[in-house]
Ligand binder design. Sequence first.
Ligand SMILES: Cc1cc2nc3c(=O)[nH]c(=O)nc-3n(C[C@H](O)[C@H](O)[C@H](O)COP(=O)(O)OP(=O)(O)OC[C@H]3O[C@@H](n4cnc5c(N)ncnc54)[C@H](O)[C@@H]3O)c2cc1C
Length: 552
Amino acid sequence: MSTPGNQDAVASPVLSAAELAEVAEFGAERQVTEGDLLFAAGESSYDLFVVLEGEVEIVAVLGPDDDAEHEPIFVFGPGNFVGELNLLTGQRRFLTARVSKAGRVLVIPQPDFRRLMSLRPALAGVIFGALLARRELLRTGEGAQAIRIIGSRYSPEAMSLRAFAEHSRLAHTWIDVEDAEDIEALLGTMDLCPPDMPVVITPTEILRRATPAVFAEHLGLTYQPTPGYIFDLVVVGSGPAGLAASVYGASEGLRTVSLDAMAIGGQAGSSSRIENYTGFPNGISGGDLTARSAVQAMRLGARLNSPCEVVGLRVEAGFHVVVLRDGSEIPTRAVIVASGASYRRLDVEDLERFEGAGVYYAATDLEARVCSGRPVLVIGGGNSAGQAAIHLGEHNCSVTIAIRRDDLTQSMSQYLIERIVADPKINLLTGVEVDGLAGEDHLDEVTLRHTATGQEQTIPCSGLFCFIGAQPATGWLCDGVLLDGDGFVLTDRQLVGSLTAGTSAPLPFETSVPGVFAAGDVRNGSMKRVAAAVGEGSSAVRSVHERLATQS
Ligand SMILES: Cc1cc2nc3c(=O)[nH]c(=O)nc-3n(C[C@H](O)[C@H](O)[C@H](O)COP(=O)(O)OP(=O)(O)OC[C@H]3O[C@@H](n4cnc5c(N)ncnc54)[C@H](O)[C@@H]3O)c2cc1C
């Protein structure tokens, strides 16, 4: 078997004769001749192929009009299997598999692939490891050319597409028109013009003025209703609480779907390094942690869809009906509300104009790369602000942390304060608030007001990172779900005395509506930490079982 340079043993395991005998039970053999396509980019097909004899090449197709011959990204021979992480995520194929030497393959249809993954844990470990490794190779290598996002780093629309692609761990390439010497010439080569921006080029389509919703729909990642299907559990939100609920729900046999308005990860996905989550002594980026949980949930059988904003919830004929922004309705026996919280917006003129174009609510690698080497301002004195400042400093930004208080000691952990004090790239401004934003297409300057004196100070700023007061995402909940004065969901013991006579006593994590549970940051009194959200999401599933048992 020939192996292109980046192909390694984990990504391309060769199954032994004994393993081949095991997989044979799950599929059917097919003869293939040179030039046959096992699958083509753009197809929604999810069979796994095992090469028994001959050779299969994986190639990228660079846009709908591309008929050039490209070097193969992978070459698979006898004992290798052909497939990628999309077998679990439901993403349409973005690469093409072509037979380069005639032979035989074993075709394992998706339901049988899932059966294999659940019944043969040792083999599943090998296959799963390869699927993950392949995705990482594709994200960093030639495979990333198959999906290209083109736009300006200063465009909020382009930024939201990139954030969706990053959080969803899509193999893709970003082309920044700001780096082109002649933008019109660059776009002209692709038959595009500036008003088309941002553009997504996939193997089968060019999406002009693309949005995450259109992009996700095209990839097959949005929710597709199955008429007559009733879920046991709908989880609203795919942050740590929602992902944990999905892992436990699916692993314990509940038909589970998790829906997120933006992308997988929640607030944790915007954390550059989580240092206090057990099991990761050197810390782990929030993106990595939540991407692993998402794959785990899907491997165990949960469906995860995004962007899918939930806009309503009602009870009908003994079921809960979850309503999506596009009007789709999902009947389910139980709901876990894990919609978390998001940072409050600043009360300053022109904010909207600069959101995504200099004003950000997360400081992941994506935002840090956009601001790299420039002056930035971090607003807020909590741990998330501290982490953001350190991460931006690591990207060579000169960072100013601006807070209203006199110091950080009441709001930030000591280990972060020590690092900030020791970091020459980070400067702390106390007793100030933001008074104005300025810039043409993107943020250039921020005016701060010293609260004690009223004096104003204007500083250069390419990125303002806002981490002030989290607000719960509960606007979509039905009236029957009781909230506290700040909009956080009340559950179990917090409801004593508020329920109408005849309502059953709420189970742990249950809201005032039986069968609707809440976990994580959205819940009144929660710890607002990743580990706490994970614990609550997992524990809420225990109560879901108990409630469903009383219904059946
Ligand atoms: C920058 C940053 C750094 C942090 N660092 C740490 C740390 O180091 N350690 C730590 O323990 N904690 C940290 N935290 C806090 C931690 O991330 C949160 O406590 C945790 O993410 C809460 O998880 P959750 O699942 O409850 O909610 P969230 O993470 O808020 O996730 C909620 C999800 O629900 C989705 N959603 C909202 N409304 C809807 C809707 N209507 N329909 C569908 N989906 C919806 C959102 O898009 C979101 O993805 C940090 C937070 C931030 C922002």
